[in-house]
Design a protein around this ligand. Structure first.
Ligand code: C5P
Length: 241
C-alpha cells in the first residue's frame, strides 16, 4: 500500500501533525499555541486540559481556524454516549475518541448523526498488557482484542482507530485504506523516550501508513517548540516522498 493510501491521501502535510496540549491550564495552552503560530494547525485536548476549561479553549482554537481532536475516550450507557456526542458535535471539533465497545460505538455514531465530527476508536489502552487484560476479566490476549475491536469499528463505520505507532501497520491491515489511523508515541531519532516504551519516528509512522501523528513532549517541552514542529513536518514531508 502506498504511503498515500486513500484515508490520508487528501490531507495537507500540516494537518498530519497533531500537537497534544497536555498542560494544566488554558493560559499555558494559549501560550503554547501562540508560540507555534501557523506552523501547527491541529491540536489534541485530553482529560487534563478538558477538565480545566479546555472545552472553551477548543472553541477558541476552532474560532481561530485550527482543528481540534478531543481525546475524551467516552464510554457509558448508550443514551449517555449518544447525547454526549451530540453535545460534542456543537463544539465543532474534528476528532473525538471513544472506547471500541459495540454499544458505545453505535451510540456515538447515532449522536454524531451526519455531522462533520469524526469518531476515533481506542481498541485497548496501550498501557495494558495481557496480565492487565486478564485482571480486567478478558480471556483473550491484548493482540486478539485489538484485532477484534478494530475489525468491529471498521464494520460499524467508525472513522478511524487510535493505536500505538508500532502496531499501526497491523491495524491498517485490519481496517483497510478507507479508515484513519492516528498514532501517538512519536519521537525524533535519538531523542528521549520519556515514559513511552516503544516509540517510532515521524517518518517511520508515515511509512507505516499512519494518517496523523500525535506529538506532545517532543514539541511542548522543546526549547523552541515551533522549530521542533517544523523539524517534524519536514520528516513527514520526506517520508511522503
Ligand atoms: O508527550 P507525548 O508525545 O508522549 O504525548 C503523547 C500524547 O498521546 C499524550 O497526550 C498521551 O496521552 C497520548 N497517548 C499516548 N499513548 C497512548 C495513547 C495516548 O501517548 N498509547
Amino acid at each position: 500500500m502506498p504511503a498515500s493510501h486513500r484515508a490520508g491521501a487528501s490531507l495537507n502535510i500540516r494537518d498530519r501533525l497533531i500537537v497534544a496540549l497536555d498542560v494544566p491550564t488554558v493560559e499555558e495552552a494559549r501560550a503554547l499555541a501562540g508560540a507555534l503560530g501557523e506552523s501547527v494547525g491541529f491540536y489534541k485536548i485530553g482529560y487534563q486540559l478538558a477538565y480545566a476549561g479546555g472545552l472553551d479553549f477548543a472553541r477558541e482554537l476552532i474560532g481561530a481556524g485550527k482543528k481540534v481532536f478531543l481525546d475524551l475516550k467516552l464510554h457509558d450507557i448508550a443514551h449517555t454516549v449518544e447525547e454526549g456526542v451530540r453535545s460534542v458535535t456543537r463544539i465543532g471539533a474534528t476528532f473525538l475518541t471513544i472506547h471500541a465497545y459495540p454499544q458505545t460505538m453505535r451510540a456515538a455514531l447515532a449522536g454524531r448523526a451526519d455531522g462533520a465530527l469524526k469518531l476515533l476508536a481506542v481498541t485497548v489502552l496501550t498501557s495494558y498488557d495481557d496480565a492487565d487484560a486478564a485482571a480486567a476479566g478478558y480471556a483473550k490476549p491484548v493482540a486478539a482484542l485489538v484485532a477484534e475491536r478494530a475489525a468491529l469499528a471498521r464494520d460499524l463505520g467508525i472513522d478511524g482507530i487510535v493505536c500505538a505507532a508500532w502496531e499501526a501497520e497491523r491495524v491498517r491491515g485490519i481496517v483497510g485504506p478507507d479508515r484513519l489511523v492516528v498514532t501517538p508515541g512519536i519521537r525524533l531519532p535519538g531523542a528521549a523516550t520519556d515514559d513511552q516504551k516503544r516509540v517510532v519516528t515521524p517518518g517511520a509512522a508515515i511509512r507505516a501508513h499512519v494518517d496523523h501523528i500525535v506529538v506532545g513532549r517532543p514539541i511542548t517541552a522543546a526549547a523552541d517548540p515551533r522549530a521542533a514542529a517544523i523539524t517534524i513536518l519536514d520528516e513527514i514531508t520526506a517520508a511522503l516522498g
